[in-house]
Unconditional design. Structure first.
Length: 100
């Protein structure tokens, strides 16, 4: 049974924004989140956990992107989260350096 067209996104730009936010934006948020954790906690344990929880988080972020009304707003949220996690990575490497 096909989806009811009145519930589908009509604008091609909104559809493009949602698809790219789901795939790329969700991936960026998922990876930077786990790297931010790895810069503050045991790196090996976090990166092993990322092999499984990273995909789960990515799928959840994909679903959230498609549930959003506006694709550009979800892109903005994902970019802000990515930048926030990049700040945590920077601070973690500055204040909690690991001896390599």
């Amino acid at each position: 049974m096909p989806a009811n067209p009145k519930y589908l996104t009509q604008s091609k730009w909104q559809r493009f924004a949602k698809i790219t936010a789901a795939i790329l934006g969700g991936y960026f948020v998922s990876v930077t989140f786990h790297l931010a954790l790895a810069s503050w906690f045991n790196r090996a344990n976090i990166l092993m956990t990322m092999a499984f929880s990273g995909f789960i988080l990515w799928v959840v972020l994909m679903v959230i992107a498609f549930l959003a009304k506006n694709g550009w707003k979800i892109w903005g949220v994902y970019l802000l989260l990515t930048l926030l996690f990049c700040l945590f990575i920077y601070l973690g490497q500055t204040y909690n350096p690991t001896a390599q």
